[in-house]
Write a new protein. Structure first.
Length: 435
């Protein structure tokens, strides 16, 4: 194995690891990046919407050669019951700008591209290499790693743990806990392949324009969960995720939910005739602000999903991963530039910088959000979607019933389902969650 010592070892070649490795290598640090997958991206799952602003801060001209699918011009938010959807759509030609803000991507291709950039910046990247443990010195400082390859330890001044939400190294080393079932969602996703022109015709798109649908409702069987449909160039990503604790409590399985979503009358025509070529399942950290672990210590920092830096309310993860990876790297470069040791005290700079960024500010804003949606979620994910559909139908059917009676019937249906007090209490909880 490798004998030399590195300035930094990065564990993982996902969004956060690539951002960290690229930033440090391009600032002249000697970086080794280790990835257990056959190639970067082979193990990674995302919807996937990628947020340009956060990548621009790392690679400003990424649009020149990054494998981007479609830029988003339309977002649909649906509340579904078993036969209908009630929705808000937003579409704007303003999103057809010279530098679009959000793109769909396919992680296997995107991560390979990002990794090429990391190598070009000067880092050494080794795939098919699983880090098996962190190496500590007599003073309990992290000083390197051991891998499943032959040879001894590899040493570095600092180790960046970018091992994702299911990473075991941090928990095994006692740096953080394994995420609890009530703080992680399990999401499943299929890739439905269709000719480009069929996708464009079905969603009213032209060129590289893209559309996304995000849906809550009875497809998650009363569990806190979100379904999604994202348009790529020649495929549609379709998936759904719910909290692991909910799956366990309700004895439900994710692929049953995905089947229900695929067969929903509002979704089925959009994927009709497609060929499914990929199926993936992955965890998503959803613990919010309160679940963020200790982010730094003597000789180590943790970034991205491994640090639970994921905004479940806004379905953002890759941007928090890239930003935390970049900021951790910038902090390390700063400490290095003043010849400081990578002590806990010096690496606290990473946390101080992250606290000032949107990452922590956004997570802090919604710190109680998961608790709200995870408690008594059946009302938000089953009762209200059904009531909304009934109310919409009642309103739209013209059948000679006086409008005043229709209004009374809708109000009575809501009160019967939830009681006046239940309605007020749910409204207050919702208002507080989004305050
Ligand atoms: C279904 C789904 C849909 C999503 N949709 C979106 C979306 O649309 N937009 C968005 O912004 N985010 C989305 N996310 C979240 C996003 O995917 C994550 O936030 C992001 O991938 C986190 O990046 P990361 O680098 O922290 O972790 P990962 O991308 O998981 O990378 C971790 C890497 O570490 C490697 N690794 C782990 N352990 C070891 C080890 N011991 N040795 C060597 N290598 C190791 C893994 O192989 C992996 O490559 C979605 C997630 C899922 C599951």
């Amino acid at each position: 194995m490798i004998e030399e010592k590195f300035d930094a070892i990065v564990i993982g070649a996902g969004m956060s690891g690539n951002a960290a490795a690229y930033t440090m290598a391009s600032q002249g640090l000697k970086v080794l990046q280790l990835e257990r997958g056959e190639y970067p991206g082979s193990k990674n799952v995302q919807g996937a919407i990628m947020y340009a602003n956060m990548l621009e801060k790392i690679i400003p001209d990424f649009r020149d050669d990054a494998p981007l699918e479609r830029h988003l011009v339309e977002q649909r938010l649906w509340v579904m019951d078993d036969t209908s959807h009630t929705g808000i759509h937003y579409r704007s030609d303003d999103f057809n700008e010279a530098k679009p803000n959000r793109y769909t991507i396919i992680r296997a291709q995107f991560d390979k591209w990002f990794s090429r950039k990391v190598r070009e910046a000067g880092a050494t990247v080794l795939c098919e290499t699983t880090v098996t443990e962190l190496v500590r010195d007599a003073k309990d400082r992290v000083v390197g790693v051991r891998t499943d390859r032959a040879g001894g330890a590899i040493f570095a001044d600092v180790v960046v743990l970018a091992e994702g939400v299911s990473g075991l190294l941090g928990p095994r080393a006692g740096l953080r806990e394994i995420p609890k079932p009530q703080t992680v969602a399990l999401a499943v996703k299929e890739m439905h392949f269709l000719p480009e022109e069929v996708i464009e015709q079905r969603f009213g798109l032209k060129g590289d324009e893209g559309c996304v649908i995000e849906a809550v409702g009875t497809t998650s069987r009363g569990m806190a969960g979100l379904g999604f449909l994202y348009t790529n160039k020649e495929s549609i990503s379709l998936g759904i995720g719910c909290l692991v604790s909910d799956f366990a409590a309700m004895m439900e399985s994710p692929y049953v939910l995905l089947d229900a979503l695929k067969n929903h009358p509002s979704i089925r025509p959009l994927i009709a005739g497609s060929e499914v070529k990929e199926y993936a399942a992955h965890l998503i950290p959803e613990g919010g602000y309160k679940a963020i672990p200790q982010l730094f210590g003597d000789g180590w920092v943790v970034v991205g999903d491994a640090a639970q830096l994921n905004n479940a309310v806004h379905r953002e993860g890759s941007n928090l991963a890239m930003t935390s990876g970049r900021i951790a790297a910038e902090a390390i470069v700063k400490v290095k530039s003043r010849n400081g040791p990578m002590t806990k005290r010096n690496l606290a700079l990473y946390k101080a910088m992250l606290d000032k960024s949107f990452v922590v500010k956004d997570l802090r804003k919604y710190k109680d959000m998961p608790a709200l949606l995870h408690t008594n979620s059946c009302n938000f994910f089953a009762t209200y979607p059904r009531l909304m559909s009934q109310a919409a139908q009642n309103f739209m059917r013209v059948d000679g019933t006086p409008k005043i009676e229709k209004e009374k019937a809708t109000t009575a249906a809501f009160i019967k389902a939830r009681s006046r007090w239940g309605l007020v209490s749910d409204a207050v909880r919702l208002a507080f969650a989004w305050r």
